[in-house]
Design a protein around this ligand. Structure first.
Ligand SMILES: Nc1ncnc2c1ncn2[C@@H]1O[C@H](COP(=O)(O)OP(=O)(O)OP(=O)(O)O)[C@@H](O)[C@H]1O
Length: 230
């Protein structure tokens, strides 16, 4: 369980408030107009964006001031964050240890994750020798080896074509189902919400609203969401 207790996040003139509880193992879509603060919210959960007020809990543990690396979550960014000078194997290994001094058991975990995402035969290549979809798979393998209870995705596959994007979203769904992780995903695509999300967090007018069941909300959206969906 992830509890956002009276969170206030400020970035320059921008302010965002959030107060909600997210249940572990559920899939949440974060939607709302451009500039509403979706990325800011995920950044604050991960510890990349400081909080102006409020407290954050994972279960009974307070993580308000925990370093990003010590939080029970891992974030996948739109650009995949792969280092061009490292091999795919090393890039994924970074998810376990930043100095890459891996034990044989850890190396085996990295290889297994790469096999799981379909890159078993691409491990020694550098990221720029991979296609966009393969790079996304490598980034997912790194999320997988970290084995954190929450996976946060900030429009991760927006740069891919529709078919590949669907394929990647399907893979994400399978991975979170296999690991039991909770998913919090920023998306602009209503069809992603319908296909993937159990619940929706709508961000607008300076607030991240508490999650609501996706199917009912999308079928009968309140005015602000309706305006956004068009
Ligand atoms: N580093 C920063 N300093 C000051 N303001 C910022 C910073 N980063 C973002 N903002 C502002 O915070 C607000 C929310 O931005 P954010 O990127 O979270 O929105 P978003 O909902 O994710 O938008 P999009 O859908 O376009 O990605 C915007 O008004 C933006 O200008």
């Amino acid at each position: 369980m992830l509890r956002l207790e009276g969170l206030e996040i400020t970035q320059g003139d921008f302010r965002l408030a959030a107060d909600m509880t997210l249940k572990h193992g559920r899939k949440y879509a974060v939607i709302g107009p451009s500039g509403a603060g979706k990325s800011t919210l995920l950044g604050a959960l991960c510890g990349f964006v400081p909080l102006a007020a409020g407290r954050l809990f994972c279960g009974e543990t307070e993580i308000t001031n925990a370093d990003p690396g010590a939080r029970p979550m891992t974030m996948l960014f739109q650009d995949n964050n792969l280092f061009p000078h490292l091999t795919v194997l090393q890039n994924v290994g970074l998810g376990i240890k930043p100095d890459l001094r891996l034990t044989s058991e850890e190396k085996a975990r990295v290889e297994a994750a790469l096999v799981r995402v379909g890159l078993g035969d691409q491990m020694t290549k550098k990221p720029n020798a991979l296609s966009g979809g393969q790079q996304s798979r490598a980034a997912l393998a790194r999320v997988l080896v970290q084995a954190r209870p929450w996976v946060l995705l900030d429009e991760p596959f927006a740069a891919l074509g529709p078919a590949l994007r669907n394929e990647m979203l399907q893979l994400v769904q399978q991975l979170v189902a296999e690991t039991g992780a909770g998913l919090i995903m920023v998306t602009h695509a209503p069809e992603d919400v319908r296909r993937i999300a159990d619940e929706v967090i709508f961000v607008g007018s300076g607030r991240a609203e508490a999650p609501q069941p996706a199917a009912a909300l999308m079928q009968n959206p309140p005015p602000e969401l309706k305006a956004y969906l068009g």
